[in-house]
Design a protein around this ligand. Structure first.
Ligand code: ZN
Length: 303
């Protein structure tokens, strides 16, 4: 699982992109049987046996013993799903607080994970459906062996339940989507793409799929909206982790592509869904962090 090189020298075609290179780490998830001591999506977590497992509020159930109209009652709390576990030794480029060597992310099988907030933009602060946990692995004396799982009756949407995957990190240099450099540049890229029959505005500049850092995923979020990616403290948010609904297959049919499928191909031929996760309309759950302080919340956007 290696990303083919760009078909030509992007900087030669668009000199304005020089200096905007970023290295991202594509995680290339693949179904497998990860253990708690490995990085994974949907695998068991390196979780202390003596620490409570996080739960979301319970599902609403019908209590037939009550009179009609008052039958809806809240059931018991539901354990969050093990979403992502990243050991810093596997992905040293993962932005992380000093002294920390393990990231764990848990979430509920609920569309609140990537739902619109009240401002109409897809983001949310910390809440009971999505939890980011930092750890020092050595602090875990005994690992919880029988880890809580949601039962099928507790699933709201199984598209939020990850297939256990091992990860195959790969470092790739990528460039920003054209709108990041302003409308004028985006228009220039569009014009060149039409002239050359290329896709530099999108597919040939930044890496698709599940990845760390680099440039955030983009499914059409325009330039002015980039200002929305700000922490409450005023600092610009930085790309942290991109969770993708699809990965590029990079099989023999995609040898002419760089980071993304060729525009003329059928998506289903070129993409795979190893994690089984579907965010938004087959888009991405993009996590951002605030570079000013790790005490400021990790934010998430569907994009
Ligand atoms: Zn901040």
């Amino acid at each position: 699982m290696r990303t083919p090189s760009p078909p030509s020298d992007i900087i030669a075609v668009f000199p304005a992109l020089a200096g905007h290179e970023r290295t991202t780490t594509r995680l290339h998830p693949a179904p497998g049987a990860p253990t708690a001591s490995e990085s994974s999506i949907g695998g068991p977590l390196w979780w202390p046996a003596d620490e409570p497992w996080p739960h979301a509020r319970g599902r609403y159930e019908i209590d037939r013993s009550r009179p009609a109209g008052s039958r809806q009652v809240q059931g018991p709390p539901v354990p969050l799903l093990a979403g992502v576990q990243l050991w810093v030794r596997d992905v040293p480029e993962l932005p992380h607080p000093d002294g920390i060597d393990l990231l764990q992310i848990l979430w509920d099988s609920s569309d609140e994970v990537d739902a619109f907030d009240s401002a109409g933009f897809r983001t949310a602060g910390p809440d009971d459906v999505f939890r980011v946990v930092w750890r020092r692995a050595a602090d875990v004396v005994e690992v919880l062996t029988d880890q809580p799982r949601q039962t099928e009756a507790q699933f709201i949407l199984d598209t939020y339940v990850p297939v256990p995957c091992v990860l195959n990190p790969e470092r790739v240099v990528e460039y920003p989507p054209s709108w990041v450099l302003g409308e004028e540049f985006a228009a220039e890229v569009d014009a060149r793409d039409k002239e050359l029959g290329t896709c530099y505005g999108w597919e040939h500049t930044y890496a698709d799929g599940t990845k760390i850092g680099g440039w955030p995923a983009d499914s059409g979020v325009g330039g002015p909206y980039y200002e929305a990616f700000r922490c409450e403290c005023g600092a610009g948010l930085e790309a942290f982790l991109t969770l993708a609904s699809t990965e590029v297959a990079h099989n023999e049919r995609t040898t002419t592509t760089t980071y993304y499928r060729p525009a003329e191909s059928e998506p289903h031929e070129e993409c795979s869904q190893p994690t089984g996760l579907v965010f938004g309309r087959w888009t991405h759950l993009q996590l951002f962090y605030c570079p000013a302080s790790w005490d400021h919340p990790i934010q998430r956007f569907e994009m």
